[in-house]
Design a protein around this ligand. Sequence first.
Ligand code: HEM
Length: 236
Amino acid sequence: MTLAERLHAWWRRSVWTWAPESERQAGEAIVQNLWLHWFPHKVAVRSASWSYSLWLGAATASLFLILLVTGVLLMFFYVPSVEHAYWTMKDIRFAVSFGWLLRNQHRWAAHLMVGASFFHMARVFFTGAYRGSRRLNWLIGVALLLATLLLSFTGYLLPWDQLAFWAVTVGTNIAREAPVVGASIRFLLLGGTEIGQATLLRFYVLHVFVLPTAVLVLFAYHMWRVRKDGGISGPL
Ligand code: HEM
């Protein structure tokens, strides 16, 4: 046995010890496995290839996972009160072990998720994958993009520094300009007529519970629709 063959045999023994004898056997192995049955039992190589989808949807989902994990860890240190928010944020940066790394991972993943979901939408548009039965999934995608943008906006207030305060002042003043419902939306978001403790608490609850739950539910529906629409569309 050559060294290359030995390495190959070792690799197969470590990651995959079973070679299905028929397509049916391979399909059943997926369907009957508790973890694998979430996935389709067949995927077209062409449509799953990097050069078609650029894996941007998968990248967006991975970034969201990073945000969930780092976000939960940040919750152990951050306190959503106007007296403490700014100082707990400073503690995370300068006192907590690797806190700066945790916070930066959360911030970078957030910026990248907005970019990745936008480029994913552009890919879907330019490959015409929004047509036919996939129209509904395009709309679910729009809701996912909105929820992602709202997550960024609500997260922006949490450090409770000058930048956060004035950015949310500008953002909620823009919301006020919406016809008929504008003033009510601003009042609802702020929890009053000006930014204060009620606003911070509302943005916190939206940021750590309401919006992530919405993204999780919408994402599950998004993936279910991909399955129902016959998998990821393929190159023409
Ligand atoms: C949180 C944001 C989002 C996540 C995590 C996400 C995730 C995914 C994933 C993993 C796929 C499988 C194919 C691929 O990787 O390209 C997919 C497909 C799809 N997504 Fe998204 N997506 C998001 C936002 C959007 C947006 C903003 C749109 C459009 C407005 C959209 C529309 C679609 C459509 C139509 C498909 C089916 C594409 C096809 O069959 O080729 N998604 N999405």
